[in-house]
Design a protein around this ligand. Structure first.
Ligand code: UD1
Length: 367
């Protein structure tokens, strides 16, 4: 059985790491199993890519398709063209894709058109927001996949409601949480907050990169206005995504933020550094998908700067509040969450560190 595992962008690396580890562990007792790791090259900066391979002790990818940035059509098209050549050479039995980035959808379409089976890890998440490129990627990937691995039963129900055969859907838990649990202690030992002269539980971590927040000047300006107020109450650590930095500079917002006293503007940080920072934060402010879930396990309240979330379980367990990007709403939510402090949240079923193991067992039973 030959399996190709695909990763393209930063959040993918965190999800493939436990899968590669579980495949490796299985290989010892299953000589018929072989696997390869493909990097599409969607993310390519040292800090967006290699730093994650190093932190997560991921093997070097067997191949890097080197597609880089571009418009959605350019990026998706380049992944498809390069991946098709690779698949024709390798003729695998399965392609395993994770998450919802352009590489996920591009590799799924390419494999299916060559008659190769696809397994989607983190299937069934839905924001019902078609302005999000990731929603398109999720729906296309799910409808084509032969095996769909979900992180919770809400996602499984979404798939069933869309008419996907229940026999293809497996609720296995959350591979991203496998990675978090594995590295949590190492991350804590780094005590990254001390580098900024901060105390545990006395700062917030902020991330921002969605086109809906940073590509439009009014939205980005509104968020920055809210942040200006918030940082006066809670020091903020802000690792800045390359697209966000580019837009902040274009809109004249970079200089404004750089002039504040209580914000630390950083280059993108690696996995362990980020986990170290979020672990001891009073609050996470984000528009990322993954951080909403990590907040649940870390017991850190999360305020999500989006109109909706594809991860409603994070709201259901009380960890996450989805507030949009109007300044007043952001400030009010942050102040309220800070007043409540950190409280443990109910942990979702099977977010226990063994999701990748379950996935590999199911895949191997498919022979
Ligand atoms: C992508 C994913 C998004 C995910 C995010 C995590 C899609 C549609 N979006 O968004 O779901 O949450 O990754 O980071 O797949 N850039 C660099 N260096 C890099 C990568 C990107 O400078 O290594 C800059 C480029 O200017 C590029 C821009 O960031 O045009 C956007 O990169 P892209 O991969 O298109 O999307 P992300 O916004 O990173």
């Amino acid at each position: 059985m030959k399996i190709i595992v695909v990763a393209g962008a930063r959040p993918n690396f965190v999800k493939v790491a436990p899968l590669i580890e579980a495949l490796r562990a299985t290989q010892a007792s299953s000589p018929h199993l072989s696997f390869m790791l493909v990097h599409t090259g969607q993310h390519y900066d040292e800090q967006m890519s290699q730093a994650f391979f190093d932190d997560l002790r991921l093997p070097r990818p067997d191949v890097d398709l080197g597609v880089g940035s571009g418009s959605h059509a350019e990026q998706t098209g380049r992944v498809m063209i390069a991946f098709e050549v690779f698949l024709r050479q390798e003729e695998p039995d399965w392609v395993v894709v994770v998450g919802d980035v352009n590489s996920t959808m591009a590799c799924t379409i390419t494999a299916k058109k060559l008659g190769i089976k696809v397994a989607h890890v983190e299937a069934g998440l839905r924001s019902r927001d078609w302005t999000m490129p990731e929603e398109i990627n999720r729906v296309v990937t799910d409808v084509l996949s032969d095996l769909l691995f979900t992180t919770d039963l809400i996602a499984s129900d979404n798939l069933k409601a869309e008419g996907i055969d229940a026999g293809r859907v497996h609720f296995v838990g959350n591979v991203m949480i496998d990675t978090l649990l594995k590295h949590h202690k190492r991350a804590l030992n780094l005590r990254q907050w001390e580098h900024f002269g901060l105390q545990t539980g006395a700062y917030g971590v902020l991330t921002l990169h969605r086109p809906s927040n940073v590509d439009q000047q009014p939205a980005f300006r509104g968020i920055v206005a809210a942040l200006e107020v918030i940082q006066q109450h809670l020091p903020l650590i802000f690792p800045v995504h390359p697209r966000t930095r580019k837009m902040a500079e274009a809109f004249g917002l970079w200089e404004r933020m750089a002039g504040w006293k209580h914000i630390h503007l950083l280059e993108p940080v690696g996995y362990l550094e980020m986990l170290s920072l979020t672990s001891q934060a009073a609050l996470i402010l984000t528009d990322s998908g993954g951080l909403q879930e990590e907040a649940v396990v870390l017991g850190v309240p999360c305020v999500t700067l989006r109109e909706n979330t594809e991860r409603p379980i994070t709201v259901a367990v009380g960890a996450n509040q989805v507030v949009g990007n109007e300044p007043e709403a952001i400030i009010e939510a942050v102040m309220t969450r800070l007043a409540y402090g950190r409280v443990p949240f109910r942990q979702p079923e099977k977010w226990d560190g063994s999701a990748a193991r379950r996935i590999v067992d199911i895949l191997l039973a498919m022979r």
